[in-house]
Design a protein around this ligand. Sequence first.
Ligand SMILES: [Zn+2]
Length: 430
Amino acid sequence: MFDLLVVNTSLPDGRTDQGIGIRGDRIVEIGTGLQGEAERVIDAEGYLLSPPFVDPHFHMDATLSLGLPRMNQSGTLLEGIALWGELRPTLTKEAVIERALRYCDLAISKGVMAVRSHVDVSDPRLVTVEALLEVREIVAPYLELQLVAFPQDGYYRCPEAEEALKRALDMGVDVVGGIPHFERTMDAGRASVEALCRIAADRGLRVDMHCDETDDPLSRHVETLAEQTIRFGLQGRVAGSHLTSMHSMDSYYVSKLLPLIAEAKMAAIPNPLINIMIQGRHDTYPKRRGLTRIPELIAAGIIVGLGQDCVMDPWYSMGTGDLLDVAHLAVHATQMGSQVDKRTLYDAVTVNSAQIMGLKDYGLKVGCYADMVLLQARDPAEAIRLRPNRLAVIRRGKIIAETAPEVTRLSMDGRPSSLDPADYMPKGTS
Ligand SMILES: [Zn+2]
């Protein structure tokens, strides 16, 4: 007897006609044509059942603040940081909590069940930290929120940041952040990477730094981050976010850099939406778009997770909470257009990011948490192409969000009476 049974579903690895039996909060059985008694049965009608989407890079303290106190006119990262600096002193804990919870509703509706959010520790009041720690507790039943102590104004550049970052970690923030390219000098950036890795090693924490988020080919803090990862024995616990300078670096240098990152077992977290939007702003034409070298990172054996970074905030006026938007843009921007490539990028918004966050019992396997998303698409490549409706979002064995399928009624002589976008799946590609 199952509590919930999903039948006739397709799985991301290509298996079709699968059944998944759930008891309590766990997956207890998976099999071809699986049937059985269940309190509730979902007929998936051949649609794709996926593990949850995971967003490994986000800013939940700033989300949904678009227009407060004004819009970013230049569209640059630097004006975004300045604008956030204007907004920050006016923030209240209640307002940050309310915006974050509204965002989590949206993310859940898109099947996102884990988010790593950077939280700014530059204001010593730490209103943002207090708010997001509370949000982490509130949303825990349906979304795992991991927090990164992020010195937005620079660990050394902002006089209060050193102390505030430590205090945030004492309060229970999970991960050590940094922003070496925003320090005053390359040397100060390097020193910040070293100091922050030391803190992570001393406290047994993970590291995730905004690293080389610039078009400067000589911004090479990722090299330092890899070196310090090895030095402090942090292999497997460190991620470099953005890495956009790698877009502009000399290719010989990159051929030496990638094996170093791989040796350090560092993960890379590009954020295609924001990187494409923000980088290259000082160029005329040709205009660099600044996305890091995703196919080359993957080929070097480096684990790549794709993040959203921002949704409607001082840096980015767009965003829907949908990691499939991120993968969809990544397909175009990286020219990874084959079906195999799309599969690879699907992993970057699901399993890879789960690994980067260190999520426990994640995945569609017996014994794992019964966390899954039913999509109106037949396979992962199609999911990225269509960005389809999330028919059911299941968390710990309970349906927590449902969206009706998109079906268009047609009224044209001699043509079908209805249209399901998922029926346009190309033949022979599964
Ligand atoms: Zn960020």
